[in-house]
Design a protein around this ligand. Structure first.
Ligand SMILES: *Cc1c(COP(=O)(O)O)cnc(C)c1O
Length: 376
C-alpha cells in the first residue's frame, strides 16, 4: 500500500529527545522551546514566535489577541479546516465566508471588500497547499478598514509571497506542526507575532492567563492571574523533536519539491489532453510542496478515480467539505455573495500520496495508475 502520508523522521530526533531527558526538562519553555523560538525568528523574521500545542491553539490565541467579541464578524474562505472558523466562533464571532479562486483554491481577494460590515474585525487568509493568497490586496483592504489580518499559514512553512515568508506578513500568523505538515512533531503549532502591541499579552494568554513568563525572566517576584488564557504551550519533548526537523528543513524541502516536480511532469500530458487540472502557482509565490493535488472534471469522476487507486493499493484523499454547508457552519456562519467555485471546485480535488521519503517508484506508480484510469 502506498499511504497518503507518512510522518517525517530525519534521524536526529532521538538525539534531541535524549538531551531533553538528560536535562530533566519535560515541561514547556525550557531549552528546546527557546531554541525553536530563536530558530523561527531568525529564519522567518517575525517579531516574536511562540510554540503552541497546535495550529488550532495558535488560531485560538490569535482570536483572543484580536479581542473578538460576541457578534463581531471575521472574513475567511469556506474551503478550509474547521479550526480556522472554530477559533473565532469560540469567542462568539459570526464567520463570514467568501468564495475562493478557481486557480489556487485560496480566498478570492476581490470578494472581501463587499463582505465588510461595521462588525468586521479581521480577515483570515488561508494559504492553501502552501501557495500564498494575494497578500498585497488583502493588507491594503485591512489597512483601509482598520482590520486585523491573521494568516492561517498552517500549510505554509518556508513558502513566500513576493519574497516574504508566509505568516510574517499579517499582524499574526499561525503554523501547524501536525504530522501531516511538512515539518512536524506529531501535534504542534506556532504563533508568529508581527505587531509589537501583541507580544506581551500573547505570552500571558499562552501561560494560562498568568505572567509566569515575566516571573521566569525575573521581571516580577511572583506570578499571578492577570488575563484570560489557557494552556497553549507544548512540552519540551515536542519541542526537541521539532528542533530536529528544523535542523533538517533543507533536506526535507528538497525532497518534497522534487516529489512535487516529478508528479507535475508525469501528469502534465493528462492536463494538456483536458482530463485533469494541475496546481497553479501564481508568479508572486514560491510554494513549499506541501501537497500535490489534481482536479478532475466532476465529483463522480473523483469517486471513481479514488476507488480505482484504492484497488491499485494507493491511498488518495480529498478534504474540506465547505464549512458553510456543514452542520455547525449553518449555525455560526453566513456565505457572502455567490458560491461560484467553493463547492464545485472542492468536489473535483484529490490529493495524491505525498510525504518526505516517498520513492520515485511510488510516484511513478501513482502517476501511471492515473494515466491508466483515463486511458482504459
Ligand atoms: C492543519 C491545518 C490546521 C490545524 O492544524 P493543527 O495543528 O492540527 O491544529 C488549521 N488550518 C489549516 C489550513 C490546516 O491545514
Amino acid at each position: 500500500m502506498i499511504p497518503f502520508n507518512r510522518p517525517a523522521v530525519t534521524g536526529r530526533e532521538i538525539h534531541h529527545l535524549q538531551q531533553a531527558l538528560k536535562e530533566h526538562q519535560l515541561s514547556g519553555d525550557n531549552f528546546y522551546t527557546k531554541e525553536c523560538h530563536k530558530w523561527l525568528k531568525g529564519k522567518f523574521g517575525c517579531l516574536q514566535a511562540l510554540l503552541t500545542t497546535s495550529c488550532t491553539s495558535a488560531l485560538e490565541m490569535a482570536a483572543i489577541l484580536a479581542d473578538i467579541q460576541p457578534g463581531d464578524e471575521v472574513i475567511m474562505p469556506s474551503y478550509t479546516f474547521v479550526s480556522t472558523a472554530n477559533a473565532f466562533v469560540l469567542r462568539g464571532a459570526k464567520v463570514v465566508f467568501v468564495d475562493i479562486r478557481q486557480d489556487t483554491m485560496n480566498i478570492d481577494e476581490t470578494k472581501i471588500e463587499v463582505a465588510i460590515t461595521e462588525k468586521t474585525k479581521a480577515i483570515v487568509p488561508v494559504h492553501y497547499a502552501g501557495v500564498a493568497c494575494n497578500m498585497d490586496v488583502i493588507m491594503d483592504i485591512a489597512n483601509r478598514y482598520k482590520l486585523l489580518v491573521i494568516e492561517d499559514a498552517a500549510q505554509g512553512i518556508t513558502s513566500q509571497y513576493k519574497g516574504r515568508w508566509l505568516g510574517s506578513i499579517g499582524h499574526l500568523g499561525c503554523y501547524s506542526f501536525h504530522e501531516t505538515k511538512n515539518i512536524s512533531c506529531g501535534e504542534g503549532g506556532g504563533l508568529f507575532i508581527n505587531d509589537e502591541q501583541f507580544i506581551e499579552r500573547a505570552e500571558i494568554i499562552r501561560e494560562k492567563g498568568t505572567d509566569r513568563s515575566r516571573f521566569f525572566r525575573g521581571q516580577v517576584d511572583k506570578y499571578s492571574w492577570v488575563d484570560i488564557g489557557s494552556s497553549y504551550l507544548p512540552s519540551e519533548l515536542n519541542a526537541a523533536y521539532l528542533f530536529a526537523q528544523f535542523e533538517m528543513v533543507d533536506a526535507i524541502q528538497q525532497d518534497r519539491i522534487s516529489t512535487w516536480n516529478r508528479y507535475y511532469k508525469l501528469l502534465q500530458s493528462l492536463e494538456d489532453e483536458g482530463y485533469i487540472n494541475l496546481p497553479h502557482i501564481p508568479p508572486d509565490c514560491v510554494h513549499n510542496a506541501h501537497m500535490f493535488y489534481i482536479k478532475v472534471r466532476h465529483l463522480e469522476e473523483r469517486t471513481a478515480l479514488t476507488s480505482y487507486l484504492k484497488q491499485m493499493n494507493i491511498s488518495a484523499v480529498f478534504h474540506y467539505i465547505p464549512l458553510h454547508s456543514s452542520h455547525a457552519g449553518l449555525k455560526f456562519s453566513r456565505f457572502n455573495g455567490e458560491d461560484k467555485y467553493t463547492t464545485v471546485e472542492s468536489e473535483k480535488l484529490l490529493r495524491l500520496p505525498f510525504f518526505y521519503g516517498v520513492t520515485e517508484a511510488e510516484i511513478n506508480k501513482v502517476a501511471a495508475s492515473i494515466h491508466a484510469f483515463y486511458k482504459i
